[in-house]
Structure formats: structure tokens, C-alpha cells
Write a protein that binds this ligand. Structure first.
Ligand SMILES: Cc1cc2nc3c(=O)[nH]c(=O)nc-3n(C[C@H](O)[C@H](O)[C@H](O)COP(=O)(O)OP(=O)(O)OC[C@H]3O[C@@H](n4cnc5c(N)ncnc54)[C@H](O)[C@@H]3O)c2cc1C
Length: 593
């Protein structure tokens, strides 16, 4: 990796310059065109039919999936040799953001284009790709991904599905049950994970749903995303030709995890699109609805909500596109170094697994916040099935559960970071030791900069010191038992997530100011100020809670003082700032940033 692109997870110990990140304001014409095409499709084809779709209509779902295929939307990032359009990763993120506004349809679309198609694209041999990917790219086939079992959810490698190889070694006989399979009711192709004979690890198979022994259960009655198809699938003595083994024997769990890395960041993009949609409908309603002879948008309480919804979405969007471009650049670099294109894509994604988990967790929690406040802005009618905000509220909740629950993803963030540190890929020890020394010394009051971005950068450096201080001392205390202290791992994960979001937000605003000039940046800077003010308090609370749990005596006192110092940011009038931000949203009558 070149010096300019910092490696995945390295943001904790390295600074990034604004020139080295991508911001959504830099989308090129082609990316805008793709986004417009997806937006038109959602507006014209999906949203008018969303009520019918949500009444559980698999035939309609299939029809709408096929039309996306015919329009070329499934093939956006599929290479041209497999009948796709070969667009880059950031473009596919931009596309999924637009599709994200399509409620339950977005889930069906994402499952097909992501976990239903990519395992074959990335791990299939040439024959498998020509046979299946070409048809998945055009919508002739619909795909599903079958990992979860009734007894194997988060612990996905513990599944009981079995594939026994025949004596003549020509086929496997698959038996097992898979649960919660998105697109299960409409898919032609299932990527099924099962263990061969008495193997310890999973293998992956391409199964055609019309083969004998593939039995579909009834559609699940779900809280939300009702228009998507979710079923149990039973595989009863299904004969799979050996040529349909995907990748290597015993290599299935690796495939499952690597594909989920992509699914996680893509889910982030979809959540951002959904959240912007809810902000737009909330402000439109707030401008129309009058109480006490006043549009409710004019009340401070509603302004607070609108501003806060937008600030969090802006922060989340900043980190998602920063990470997306990093994935794209890393992939290109691996290709330049001679790696095969698929291997390079997977390596690029693996490199940013920590950031992908952050994107998944943060975006799903931001969306849950946004839909909750959206319902509140709508008041009673927000609780009625007549409104889209009610649908958005129910649909949002699944995002914290699938693609690895947010608990599992928080553990991935910290686990991956520690793994890379132990392997020597990221040097955390030296910076953590320096923070320790700094705590023992006299605070340096020499740096009295008043520059806006320098102050923000200093705050980010300090947040990172806070993370290193808390996690370093927790690691010393618990050693190899740290993994049993989940509450502490979660503290570290949240501190990491907020810091990455804050840094990405700041770099975006700094870059934007360099492009647009200072006088057009007032609102973005206010948003950034409010975000830093809130994040600093959140990080302090997280750190203090952790320190009170394991530190003692003078050491504890020293670290609590350090925590205070490392989370000190300028006090600002957040009430006035949020009002100004909200006024912009109210004037625009939509999400305007
Ligand atoms: C609508 C929907 C669509 C889905 N689509 C698909 C699909 O297409 N393909 C597919 O294969 N699967 C799919 N899933 C399954 C989904 O990925 C799983 O539900 C998810 O991985 C969680 O597994 P589980 O439901 O068994 O929960 P469990 O694993 O039983 O978890 C229950 C709770 O315990 C927590 N937990 C579990 N282990 C730990 C731990 N070690 N430490 C701390 N907390 C822990 C979890 O975070 C969660 O809060 C779908 C699920 C739903 C609801």
C-alpha cells in the first residue's frame, strides 16, 4: 500500500490529509448518471407499487426484480465479460444508496446483487461464471445466500447441513435446513453453505432451486420489509454435481465472511439513502402540518430533531464514501502489483473490514434514530400504516440484525484491530506507550492554535489517545482474557466508530472548503461543531465507564484526568447552531446537504 492510502484500521494511529479522501461532492458525471437512473427506477417503478409489494406478493417482487435486471441495474459493477457494465466500487455504492429509498424492495435488490451474486463472481471458476453470473447480471436468474440455520445464526460455522460425496465422486448429496433466506421464494440460484462429509469447516455450493429435493417453506410473517421474500429452505437429498462446488473444499466460511464484508458496507449505503428519504418526508410534513396556528417545523423541538437527523446522516455518509474509495484504491493497487482482479477486489475489501463493520453498525443505528424521530415528527399519523414513515420505522429495524448483528460487528471491529496489531501490521503499541508517557508528564499548553481545522485535528488526535489509553490499559489488565470482557470491547468499538466518523466528517468539510471557499461553508462547519461537541461527551462517558470498571487508585485518577483532557472540545451554542441547520432543511423542504 502506498503511503497515501492508510491501511484498514490504521486511522487509529495515523493522520489522513483531506486530499487523500473521497467525498460525495466529487461524484463524476458517470456516477451521477447511474444514480439518476436508479432514482428514476425507484420513483417510477417501485414506490408507486410499494403498498402492493408489502402485501406479500412474490409474483410482483419477481416482476420488479426482473425489470431492474432488464434495465441493467443488476450489472452495474459486474465486469463486462459477464454481461455487466464494469463500474467501480464507489459507483455501485452510489447506486445502492438510491435503491436504499425503496423500502423492502431494496433488501431484495441488495441480497440479489450482493450476497446472491458475488460469491460466484469472486470465487467461481470460469465455467461457473459464464453459466451463472451472466444470468444473474441481467436478471434472468435471481440469487439467494443460504448460510443461517435454525441452530446456527451468529455462530454461522456451526451449521449442521451436510453434503456427502458419492462413491463415484460425481456429485454431493445435500441435506439440511436454512433459515431466513432473503429472496428464497423467488430465487433460481442458492449459494448454500454446508460441510462435506465430516469436515470441520463449511464449503460453498451453487444449487439451482428447481433441482429435486429443494423445498421452500412458507413466507415468514415479518415486522417489516414485508415486500421482500424470506423463507426457510429444506434440502432433502439434493444432488449437486461436483462441478458446482464453489471455491475450495473447506473454504466456505472464508467465502461467507468475505462476502459479508461487502454486504456490510453496501448496507451502509442503502441505510444512508433510506435515511435521507425519511428526512425529506419528515420536513415536508413538518412544513405542512400546523398546530397552534404554526407549521410544526417552526417549533424548536422539531428543529432540533431535523438538524440532528441531518448531522448524523452527513457524518455517516462521509465515512461510508471515504471507506468506499479506500476499497477502490486498494483494489487498484493490488491489481497494479500483479494480483488477479477478483483476488484484488477481495483483498481490498478485507483490508477495510474494520471500516465496513463501522459502516454497517453506524448506518443502521443512524437510520434507526432517523426513522424514530421521523415517526415522532409525524405524530399520530406517523403511527398509521397509511404513511411511509411508519413503513420506514418497521423496515429499518432489520439492519441491526442481518449481515452480522451489530454486536458481532462491534466485536469484528476490535478483534480485527487487535489481530492486525499482534501480526505487526498496525503498530498500536508504540502510540499507546507514548500516550502512557504523556499522562505521566505535565500537559503541554504550548500549542495555542486558533485555526478552525487545526483545533478539530487536535481534538481527533486526542480522541485517538483516549481510545489507546483505555484499550491499552484494559489489555494490560486482562491480557488474553480481554475477549471475555465484551462490555469493554463494545466501549472500544463505539469510541473507534465515533472517532472514525468524526475524522471523516472533518476531512470532508475541510476538503469542501478548499473546493468551494470559506464563505459557503457556514452550515457544514456548524454541523461539524455540533457533532464534535456531542461525540466528545459520548467518548468521555464511554471511557469513564470503562475506567471505573477495571482501574484503581492513582492510576485510575490519572486516567480519568486524561480522559477529561482528551475529550475537551470548545463549548458552542448547539441550540443556535441546530436552529440554523434546521432552517436550511426547512427552506429546502428536503435533505439539502
Ligand atoms: C429478515 C431477515 C433476512 C435474513 N436474510 C438472510 C439471508 O438471506 N441469508 C442468511 O444466511 N441469513 C439471513 N438472515 C439471518 C441473519 O443473518 C441472522 O438472523 C443473524 O445472523 C443473527 O442470527 P440469529 O438470528 O440466529 O441470532 P443469534 O445468533 O441467536 O443472536 C441472538 C442475539 O445474541 C447476540 N449474540 C450472539 N452471539 C453473540 C456473542 N458471541 N457475543 C455477544 N452477543 C452475541 C446477537 O447479537 C443477538 O443480539 C436473515 C434474517 C432476517 C431476520
Amino acid at each position: 500500500m502506498t503511503n497515501k492510502i492508510i491501511k484498514g484500521g490504521e486511522f487509529l494511529v495515523k493522520e489522513t490529509s483531506f486530499e487523500d479522501i473521497f467525498i460525495p461532492e466529487e461524484f463524476n458525471e458517470e456516477q451521477d448518471m447511474t444514480a439518476n437512473m436508479c432514482r428514476d427506477f425507484v420513483n417510477k417503478e417501485i414506490l408507486p407499487k410499494i403498498d402492493d409489494l408489502d402485501k406479500h406478493d412474490p409474483a410482483l417482487l419477481l416482476k420488479l426484480l426482473k425489470s431492474a435486471g432488464e434495465m441493467g441495474l443488476f450489472g452495474i459493477s459486474i465486469p463486462e465479460e459477464y454481461d455487466g457494465f464494469g463500474q467501480n466500487f464507489v459507483t455501485s455504492m452510489r447506486a445502492i444508496e438510491e435503491i436504499g429509498r425503496a423500502f423492502s424492495y431494496a433488501v431484495a435488490f441488495s441480497a440479489h446483487t450482493g450476497i446472491g451474486t458475488l460469491p460466484i463472481l469472486y470465487y467461481g471458476n470460469e465455467t461457473q461464471k459464464q453459466k451463472y453470473v451472466t444470468k444473474l447480471a441481467t436478471g434472468e436468474y435471481i440469487g439467494a445466500y443460504c448460510l443461517t440455520e435454525p441452530e446456527a445464526g451468529s455462530d454461522a460455522n456451526s451449521g449442521k447441513s451436510k453434503a456427502i460425496i458419492s462413491e463415484d465422486k460425481k456429485y454431493y448429496t445435500l441435506n439440511g435446513v436454512k433459515s431466513w433466506i432473503t429472496n428464497g421464494g423467488v430465487a433460481d440460484i442458492h449459494i448454500v453453505f454446508a460441510k462435506i462429509n465430516d469436515d470441520k469447516n463449511l464449503s460453498a455450493f451453487i444449487v439451482e432451486s428447481n433441482w429435486e429435493g429443494v423445498i421452500l417453506g412458507a413466507e415468514e410473517e415479518k415486522m417489516g420489509i414485508k415486500g421482500s421474500s424470506t423463507v426457510q429452505v429444506y434440502y432433502n437429498d439434493v444432488k449437486i454435481p461436483v462441478e458446482n462446488l464453489l471455491g475450495k473444499r473447506n473454504g466456505g466460511f472464508k467465502i461467507a465472511l468475505n462476502i459479508l464484508n461487502i454486504g456490510r458496507i453496501k448496507l451502509g449505503g442503502a441505510c444512508i439513502g433510506a435515511a435521507k428519504g425519511v428526512i425529506t418526508s419528515s420536513v415536508t410534513y413538518a412544513n405542512e402540518r400546523k398546530q397552534f396556528k404554526t407549521p410544526i417545523a417552526q417549533f424548536g423541538a422539531i428543529k432540533h430533531k431535523l438538524a440532528e437527523m441531518a448531522i448524523r446522516v452527513f457524518a455517516c455518509e462521509s465515512l461510508i464514501y471515504r471507506a468506499s474509495q479506500n476499497i477502490e484504491d486498494a483494489t487498484q493497487q493490488y491489481i497494479d502489483e500483479g494480483m488477479d482482479k477478483n483476488a484484488a477486489s477481495l483483498e481490498g475489501l478485507r483490508q477495510y473490514a474494520i471500516e465496513s463493520s463501522i459502516a454497517k453498525v453506524y448506518s443502521s443505528e443512524v437510520l434507526d434514530y432517523v426513522v424514530d424521530e421521523g415517526v415522532q415528527i409525524y405524530g399520530g399519523i406517523g403511527y398509521s400504516a397509511e404513511t411511509d414513515v411508519e413503513r420506514a420505522y418497521r423496515d429499518s429495524r432489520i439492519n441491526r440484525i442481518f449481515e452480522g448483528t451489530n454486536e458481532i460487528n462491534r466485536m469484528v471491529m476490535v478483534g480485527e484491530l487487535l489481530k492486525r496489531a499482534f501480526k505487526g501490521e498496525i503498530d498500536i503499541i508504540r502510540p499507546a506507550t507514548e500516550v502512557g508517557k504523556e499522562l505521566m508528564g505535565i500537559p503541554d499548553f504550548g500549542d495555542t492554535t486558533q485555526d478552525y481545522f487545526e483545533l478539530k485535528k487536535k481534538a481527533i488526535k486526542n480522541f485517538k489517545k483516549a481510545i489507546l489509553m483505555v484499550s491499552g490499559s484494559a489489555a494490560q489488565k486482562y491480557m488474553d482474557k480481554l475477549q471475555d470482557e465484551q462490555e469493554l470491547l463494545f466501549v472500544a468499538a463505539d469510541m473507534l466508530m465515533f472517532t472514525y466518523a468524526a475524522e471523516s466528517f472533518m476531512l470532508r468539510v475541510e476538503k469542501l472548503e478548499n473546493i468551494r471557499g470559506e464563505d459557503r461553508m457556514e452550515l457544514q462547519k456548524l454541523m461539524l461543531d455540533v457533532y464534535f461537541y456531542d461525540i466528545a461527551a459520548a467518548i468521555k462517558k464511554l471511557g469513564d465507564d470503562a475506567l471505573h470498571s477495571f482501574a484503581e487508585g492513582n492510576e485510575k485518577m490519572g486516567m480519568l484526568m486524561g480522559m477529561k483532557r482528551f475529550t475537551k472540545v470548545e463549548g458552542i451554542n448547539v441550540i443556535a447552531a441546530r436552529r440554523k441547520i434546521a432552517d436550511k432543511i426547512i427552506d429546502a423542504n428536503k435533505y439539502p446537504f
